[in-house]
Design a binder for this molecule. Sequence first.
Ligand SMILES: [Zn+2]
Length: 347
Amino acid sequence: MRAVRVHEHGDFDVLRLEELPVPEPGPGEVRIRVAWAALNHLDTWVRRGVPGHRFPLPITLGCDFSGIVDAAGPGADDLSVGTRVAVAPGHACGNCPACASGRHNLCRRFGIYGETCDGGDADFAIVRRENLLPVPDGFPLDLAAAFPLTFLTAWHMLVGRCALRPGEKVLVHAAGSGVSVAAIQIARLWGARVMATAGNPEKLERARRLGAERTADYRREDWTEAARDWAGRGGLDVIVDHVGADTLPRGIWLLGRGGRLVTCGVTSGAEMKLNFAPIFFKSLSVLGSTMGGLGDQREVAEHVFAGRLEPIVDSRFPLEGVADAHRRVASREVFGKVLLEVDPTLV
Ligand SMILES: [Zn+2]
């Protein structure tokens, strides 16, 4: 089978399309014939490497993918061969106190396909049975690959960590990113109001179509002024931040009493100077968030499959074009998900 492999970290040229034997599922595992995979920033980190962090190389990339059930290991054969599935990218031990309480992302053995073990940028992938999300008839498999990681992340940030309430004012940064595309929609689904920032007018127009009522182009205007004006005297209730150093320290000042800032990434830098005065004075919460539990994943999938949340596709590349797909993710033009077509005959 074909698989996108990384043997050593580096630029786009370290991505290798290799021939590997078709893997066999072990106990509790299922083999998926992959139809579509979707890229995330995580793929970029695994390809480039992260200082001080060790990835298990060589590795098959791909944390988001969809396909059909192809074979099952012992104890995992309750879904018939051919069942259409999406895959929850996060896997955990299933037995520890964190897992038992549904907080799989806090499990000490938590891992992500394509990051801690082989993923789905391949003709076949091995996943745990509990990670399968059966896809209803009529829901396309390309879209089924385009939502699990980002919609889970945004769902856990807003619903789990921030306990978002109707009518609250939410600022979402970097509107073109996969997590932000999901966050705008989830905030609207929850009855909250949304302002979005982005670096070009086209992305802002698309953010408005997803439900943002106010937008700010951070290259042309002071987004903090725009947010202050939009939020009014009460200030913002929630900020969804995965930009980090460039936005987070200033965002703190825009939150009203009881406001929450939730972060799932630091693309502009992890180290920053933060003034703690507004944090205690206004009873603010600064919340970290990574992925979510399998229950969160199933809940958000229900909304996606029912059409209440919409995966947004930026572009599609053949598996052979994986380097171009990575270039696209690295560009600042992307809006939504970049997909890899593995086997388009699977529908
Ligand atoms: Zn566990």
